[in-house]
Design a protein around this ligand. Structure first.
Ligand code: ADE
Length: 245
């Protein structure tokens, strides 16, 4: 996958590119990442990238032209140009979206700053994505979130089993995991995990996933289609809960 990140702060990326999974994906040739400095496209002796907002108001807005020139330059390099603008006003990012993006041949991630970007850039963007209901100083952290979540899903980067059973992949949060020792100063792992009975372990995990999702993210269960088995487990869990009958 060819990825270009358009940013005013390219110096924020080298450390990220050295993180183990990202470095592995690059080393294997699964991800080719270029960091493009929008400032280089500002032109003029002051290289002015931001300006006051029309209509007045606090803060500065990133000018359209340098961004459009930077976008044009990555298109000229032949990168596939599915372009995403990271913004708190975007559509909430999900694991489903990460999967979808991981099947594309390329991505362009546009990081905003200041109070935002000139809105005329938006007609050159395919999607606007938010990583959560809070405001960060810029789009660089969100771009890293998107990069990390997409790159780890590229075939051959991680073992497929390790991403298949993760939280959100089946619409539920992941069940708890344990490793040695089985007895930690008297705090023992659930006995079923030592039983070697794969069916019992599968059921315990499904039940644990449902229980955790009900407790932490009941919203995930609202529009989910349940199997008969899940429905039965969920009824049992709800009956066990305080206030359940
Ligand atoms: N830029 C600033 N805050 C953001 C957020 N929550 N998501 C995406 N981009 C952002």
């Amino acid at each position: 996958m060819k990825i270009s990140v358009l940013t005013m702060f390219p110096e924020l990326f080298p450390d990220f590119l050295r993180e183990p999974v990202i470095a592995r994906a690059r080393g294997l040739g699964k991800a080719e990442i270029s960091i493009v400095d929008i400032k280089a496209f500002a032109g003029g002796s002051f290289r002015r990238i931001d300006d006051d907002t029309y209509g007045g108001g606090a803060g500065m807005v990133m000018r359209a032209l340098p961004i459009l020139r930077a976008l044009e330059s990555v298109k000229e390099m032949g990168a596939n140009c599915h372009t995403i603008y990271l913004t708190p006003s975007g559509v909430p990012y999900t694991q489903k979206k990460a999967r979808e993006l991981s099947s594309l041949p390329g991505l362009v991630l546009l990081c905003g700053h200041y109070e935002g970007i000139d809105a005329r850039v938006l007609s050159h963007v395919d999607e606007e994505i938010s990583i959560g209901d809070y405001v960060l100083t810029g789009g660089e952290l969100p771009a890293k979130v998107v990069l990390d979540s997409v790159i780890r899903l590229l075939p051959g980067v991680l073992r497929e089993e390790s991403t298949r059973e993760e939280s959100f992949e089946n619409g539920l949060l992941e069940y708890p995991q344990y490793t040695k020792p089985a007895d930690l100063n008297g705090d023992r792992i659930p006995e079923v995990l030592l039983s070697g009975d794969h069916e019992k372990i599968r059921l315990w995990r499904l039940r644990a996933s449902l229980k955790l999702t009900l407790r932490h993210r009941p919203d995930l269960l609202e529009n989910r289609v349940f199997t008969e088995e899940e429905r039965k487990l969920l009824r049992e869990i709800q009956e066990e809960m305080p206030g359940g009958d």
